[in-house]
Every structure is written in C-alpha cells, then in structure tokens.
Design a protein. Structure first.
Length: 379
C-alpha cells in the first residue's frame, strides 16, 4: 500500500528528528498500550479500540475495593436518586483549616474519574456536577463519585472504537436546513460535531465531536454567560463546537489529511440553526447576535455547516441533561461505536494494517472528506 508506506516513511523521519532533539524516540507499528490507554486491534473489522481497564482497577482498589474482592458493595445511590443528589451538590462551608482527609480523598477520586471519563462519556454529566464542588466537596460527593466509579468498573473493558465496517454511510445533508443523524447507526467516518445546551437551574452546553466512527472529544461545560433563552444557550454551544471543529481541521491538516468540505455542526434548535444558516434572526434575538460573529465567519468560509438535527437523534443530549435510559444507551452507542460489526470479507495474510490511535479510515459518506490511512505511532 503506497499511501501507508509513505506515511510510515514520514513517521520514521519524524522520529529521527525528535530523537536528535530529545533522545531515543522509537516507532512502534503495533502498539498495545500508550500513556495508560490499552489499544486493541481488530484486523478483520479494520477497527481499533481504546480502553482504560488498568486505570479503573487502580481507582477501584483505592476507593471501592469491594469491586475487586467480590464483597457486597456499600450502599451507593443509583438511578434517579443519584441524579437528584448530584443536582443538589453544593460547596461545603470553607474554613481557615485545611480540607479534611475525606474531602481530599474525594478530590483524588475525581482526578481519577476525569481521566477515565475520556473513554466513558456516560459519566460526563456526573463528573461535571462533581467538578462544580471540588474546591470544597460536601460529604455526599464521595458517594456520588464512587457510584460513577462503579458504573465505569462495570464497563472497564469497554471504551471507544474507531473504524470498522459498519460506519454510517447515510447522506448527512438530507434537506436544505436539516441533517440526517440516526442513533441506530454508528457515527460516520468524516469529522462531525453535535452541540446541545440547557438553561435553567443548570446552564450547560455539551459538545460531541466524532471522527472515524468514535468520539474524539466529548465535554460538558458550564455556560459562563447569563442567557435568557434556549436559542442564546444553543448559539453559544454551536459557536464552541465551531471552535473545536477549527482546531480539529488543523490537526488533520498537520497529519496530511486536510478536510476539503464543510464539517457538520448539528443543533436541535431551529432558531439557532436559521441564524447560523445565514438567514434572518428573530427580532427578540438581536441583542445577542454579535455572539454569533465567529460562527458566521466559519459558515461563510465554508469551514462548518450548521444544520438542524431532530432532538430525538441529537447524540449530544446526554451531556447536558438526565435522559431516559433508552436514549442514553443510544447516545453512548453512537459516541463509542459499539454497534455490532458485519461479517468482514477476508484479508490477504500479508495485507498491511494501520494500527495506531491515529488510524484514519477512508470516508464513504457522499460528499464527505476523503481520508487516507496513517500507520503507527511514536512513543
């Protein structure tokens, strides 16, 4: 494969240059781990999966050893009770004395969970609730954190899969103002962003950025501005998603696979979509229209395309609000590429297999960017 050989040659040249500057930097074409991540290759399905079992087990050994010993777990909140406790978390009163050992232990567990969250988006909203009180955690925060750890432990061998034979090939731009996203399918090979926001008791926005079938960024953030409408909140979310897309474009360009078509930024708010679609804005929204300036510049430059995605299929919903289990499971499957793969056609024994976390699969979606394959990684 000439393309793969070319990228390997470039990687070897880069490693030689880095070695001259920093010492021994070697190229591993088939890594099984990297910086705490476990890397699993599935040659028949042309996919790669990242997991964090060791990190999760280490956190359980320190904070919830019953998971490892097979002993009965201490009573931990779950379901709606867990959500309610997380929503009600407030900072414990600060004193001149240092934090208590229990509070320090809570902070240590949250630090572990923040890393685990990279491959377990299902706990993102819980982690955000905990992060809001970590400067002085209340007593109940430790139980919430341990409940999140128990959830991650149950799925410790599950992570995010990239590539595969079942990536969505459905045309995204199905109408003039809408994009077709189906949570029954995995994410597409092409770069894509979905953004959602909620306002009220908790003003949040969530961004889900996917590439090659799996999430490369998922985050839940607090809206730093005071907003008085759902359109304004969704506008901030879409603008932030546009920033992430621009950054991802630069990374892909540096990797030698520049994006040559607008990247979808999906929103489930029609008023927000019309503004980003360069249509006229509602009169009542004119006082905050300048917040759209950067997003509109990206739309006009052909860097992003803001489209409406029906709330039923908004995969970023779970990052900002509590949802029914069925919808959460569908969103997680979409973000992590857990859809069962079809039976692959056999590969020749000597066929090259690009085997690193930066492996890119050729996009099959009509109108999507075309991606070549990159092999190996530096470590």
């Amino acid at each position: 494969d000439a393309s793969l050989d070319r990228h390997i040659s470039r990687t070897l040249c880069l490693c030689a240059h880095l070695s001259a500057l920093f010492g021994d930097v070697r190229y591993d074409p088939n890594p099984t781990s990297f910086k705490g991540f476990c890397i699993t290759h599935d040659r028949p399905s042309r996919s790669l999966t990242l997991t964090l079992p060791q990190k999760i087990v280490e956190a359980a050994r320190q904070h919830l050893p019953e998971l490892l010993d097979g002993q009965p777990l201490p009573p931990l909140p779950s379901g709606k009770k867990l959500n309610a406790i997380a929503d009600a978390l407030t900072l414990a009163p600060r004193t001149s004395r240092p934090l208590s050992p229990h509070q320090v232990r809570t902070q240590q567990l949250l630090g572990s969970l923040k890393f685990i969250e990279l491959l377990h988006p299902g706990i993102s909203l819980l982690i955000h609730r905990l992060s809001c009180v970590m400067s002085s955690p209340p007593p109940e925060a430790y139980d919430v954190a341990r409940a999140a750890l128990a959830t991650a432990f149950a799925e410790r061998d599950v992570g995010i899969t990239y590539g595969g034979l079942a990536l969505s090939a459905s045309p995204r731009f199905s109408a003039a103002i809408a994009a077709h996203v189906d949570l029954a399918e995995p994410a597409p090979a092409a770069l894509e962003a979905l953004a959602d926001a909620t306002w009220g008791d908790h003003n949040l926005y969530g961004i889900l950025l996917t590439f090659d079938g799996g999430a490369i960024l998922h985050q839940t953030k607090k809206l730093a501005l005071i907003v008085d409408s759902s359109m304004e909140a969704e506008g901030i979310a879409s603008s932030k998603a546009g920033e992430c897309v621009s950054y991802a474009h630069e990374i892909l360009r540096a990797l030698g696979v520049p994006v040559d078509a607008p990247t979808l930024v999906g929103t489930d708010n029609l008023a927000n979509m019309r503004v980003g679609f360069l249509r006229s804005a509602p009169t009542r929204a004119r006082h905050f229209m300048r917040r759209y300036h950067a997003l509109l510049q990206r739309v006009a430059a052909g860097e992003v395309a803001l489209r409406y995605v029906n709330t039923e299929h908004m995969a970023a919903d779970f990052l900002t609000k509590w949802l029914p289990k069925k919808k959460v499971d569908a969103c997680i499957r979409y973000a992590t590429n857990l859809t069962p793969q079809p039976d692959p056609s056999p590969l020749p024994p000597d066929a090259p297999f690009p085997s690193s976390s930066s492996r890119l699969r050729i996009a099959t979606s009509p109108g999507a960017p075309r991606f070549s394959q990159l092999g190996g990684c530096c470590g």
